[in-house]
Design a protein around this ligand. Structure first.
Ligand code: PLP
Length: 399
């Protein structure tokens, strides 16, 4: 007999949107309040102050009622003018999409290509900027974490590379799939605009995004001529001072954000980062044991939030994902670009713990075999042994 019902909790292992904790869902399940009233102003102030602690900045953070793509547009239009040269890196699908947006906005983009299997090499940035003697490049835009391939780039080192070239370009960083999952320091790392999103490490539904901004970016804003209206920083900064927005913001998302930030600090940001590192390593241990190749070639760029796993020739990853969803009620991330159909991605970010990852990896091991992928059994066990060793070491340290 066919069944039209999927039983139990869905195993959402795409790299965002991530599972929203019940506590956040409950906080959002609340009657509407006046977005020009005193209760709202208090809520907004808590969010506007709290979000700074996540970006590690003392400057204002803009909260947009838009998905991450909106915050990309806000970063570019608030700081640049038509025809400005922008240096970008095609680490994968999202690097390519940000470039496409910059082109549409009338910027002159220069794209540094990669093979989609690595992060950004700071030396390449330094070399290109050193050649730009006339300082025609106005901004360098990179992704901290390329979600489509699972590669993390070294932001502090890229900052040093820009400084070593003595170049004044603005530095813009997309942290949509790294913020609140791995260490990020907007002020200390000298980033001018950081783009963030709600639906990954912050554990919220999609529909909210952020621009953290440096003083240099605020200066650039004064002379930037690209048209901006909905994403205009100035309107926002003016009204945010009293806890309001230039339009009707997503009130319920703010209720959720307030709790999300509280939960991150209750766990402790360093513990949040250590948990993501541990779950990422467990995932890679399983994949390697299975004898499958990780798309990111160089371990120094391994992502703490998402792992892309290549299937052997002759095994279509899209069909594998569809089979796993139907049979085991588990979702994986899709594949893109030159590797479309060749890999699937396991998201291990947001409100996930050791138990959810053990469930995910054991399920994946069974699903791979059911799909006929020739793997060496025991990858989930190897990941479990690793998790046991990590907790054992922590227990010993505490004793
Ligand atoms: N940048 C990165 C790194 C992403 O992962 C995503 C979405 O997953 C985006 C940008 C686009 O964000 P959104 O889909 O919220 O508009």
């Amino acid at each position: 007999q066919n069944s039209s019902r999927q039983v139990g909790r869905h195993f959402l292992h795409i790299p965002g949107p991530t599972p929203v904790p019940d506590r956040i869902l409950r906080a959002m399940d609340t009657p509407m309040i006046d977005h020009r009233g005193p209760e709202f102003a208090k809520l907004a102030k808590r969010c506007l102050d709290g979000i700074k602690t996540i970006f590690k900045t003392t400057n204002p953070v803009i909260i947009y009622t838009a998905t991450g793509t909106g915050a990309w547009e806000g970063a570019l239009t608030n700081t640049l003018s038509s025809g400005d040269k922008v240096l970008m890196v095609e680490t994968g699908q999202f690097g390519a999409l940000w470039k496409k947006m910059a082109d549409k906005l009338g910027l002159q983009t220069e794209l540094l290509a990669t093979d989609w299997r690595t992060g950004v090499d700071p030396k390449v940035i330094e070399k290109r900027l050193s050649e730009d003697k006339k300082h025609e490049i106005k901004a360098v835009c990179v992704l901290h974490n390329e979600t489509s391939t699972g590669a993390l780039s070294p932001i502090a080192e890229i900052r040093k590379a820009i400084d070593a070239a003595g170049h004044p370009a603005l530095f813009m960083v997309d942290t949509i799939s790294s913020l609140a999952s791995t260490d990020y320091r907007h002020d200390e790392w000298g980033v001018d605009v950081t783009v963030g999103g709600a639906q990954k490490g912050l554990m919220l539904p999609p529909g909210m995004s952020f621009n953290a901004i440096s003083n240099k970016a605020l200066e650039a804003n004064k002379t930037s001529k690209l048209p901006k209206s909905f994403f205009d920083w100035q309107d926002m900064l003016n009204l945010n001072k009293s806890g309001f927005f230039p339009y009707t913001p997503a009130t319920l998302m703010l209720f959720g954000l307030d709790v999300g930030i509280t939960m991150l600090h209750e766990e402790g940001l360093d513990n949040v980062f250590a948990r993501h590192d541990r779950l990422a390593e467990a995932t890679r241990i399983a994949a390697k044991h299975w004898g499958l190749e990780i798309l990111c070639k160089d371990s120094k760029y391994y992502s703490p939030t998402v792992t892309a796993i290549l299937l052997p020739e002759g095994h279509n990853a899209d069909q594998f994902r569809a089979m796993a969803l139907e049979t085991f009620n588990i979702s994986y991330g899709a594949s893109f670009g030159p590797f479309a159909g060749k890999y699937f991605r396991i998201g291990h970010l947001g409100d996930v713990n050791d138990a959810t990852m053990m469930g995910c990896l054991a399920t994946t091991e069974v699903a791979l075999q059911l799909f006929g992928v020739p793997i060496k059994k025991g990858g989930a066990q190897a990941a479990m042994d690793y998790l046991l060793s990590q907790h054992g070491a922590a227990k010993k340290q505490a004793a």
